[in-house]
Design a protein around this ligand. Structure first.
Ligand code: HEM
Length: 147
């Protein structure tokens, strides 16, 4: 029997990668120099990125299991873009280990990733609960011409 576990799994990358992006974007080391920020960021980024892949697979299973509204193709594309952004962010972070080069690039990827997460999550909500569930979902689905 195939079950829809996509709504359960999505919370892991959304939580881990949202926190990662905020920690990457804010200049926390200047505010609290004693914090172990590199370790925390790496932990959140690598674990969050790894959890994206089961979410992606469960999304295709969820797609197969039922009929969905017009937000699904947009949600799917946003999901693939999100996976590419955070996979690249992880590779850049691995490459940067031990030196300070590439800080700006890493921050740009964190900003793009955060935007992508907001879009993919909102569109996922639009697939599951409709276009008028909250004002932001309504705005985004109208932006994509879905209503
Ligand atoms: C980055 C990867 C992804 C993230 C973060 C994500 C996120 C979400 C979220 C937050 C929801 C709303 C869940 C709920 O509360 O019910 C959702 C629903 C959904 N997603 Fe995704 N998704 C991703 C990838 C995909 C992919 C690749 C597909 C395949 C087409 C997909 C198909 C669906 C479907 C069909 C639903 C509706 C599920 C339902 O009605 O129970 N997702 N997604």
């Amino acid at each position: 029997m195939r079950m829809n576990i996509h709504p359960v799994l999505v919370h892991f990358p959304v939580a881990l990668l949202t926190l990662y992006s905020v920690l990457e974007i804010l200049p926390l080391a200047q505010w609290w120099p004693k914090g172990n920020w590199d370790f925390m960021r790496s932990f959140l980024l690598y674990l969050g990125t790894l959890t994206l892949y089961p979410v992606l697979l469960s999304g295709f299973v969820a797609e197969d299991l039922g009929s969905h509204n017009g937000a699904l193709p947009y949600h799917k594309v946003a999901a693939l873009i999100t996976v590419v952004i955070f996979t690249l962010a992880s590779l850049i972070s691995l490459w940067r280990k031990g030196h300070d080069k590439g800080v700006a690039v890493q921050k740009v990827f964190a900003v793009l990733g955060l935007i992508a997460l907001v879009i993919v999550g909102t569109l996922g909500g639009a697939v599951a609960y409709g276009y008028y569930n909250d004002p932001f979902t309504s705005m985004l689905t109208s932006f994509f011409g879905l209503q």
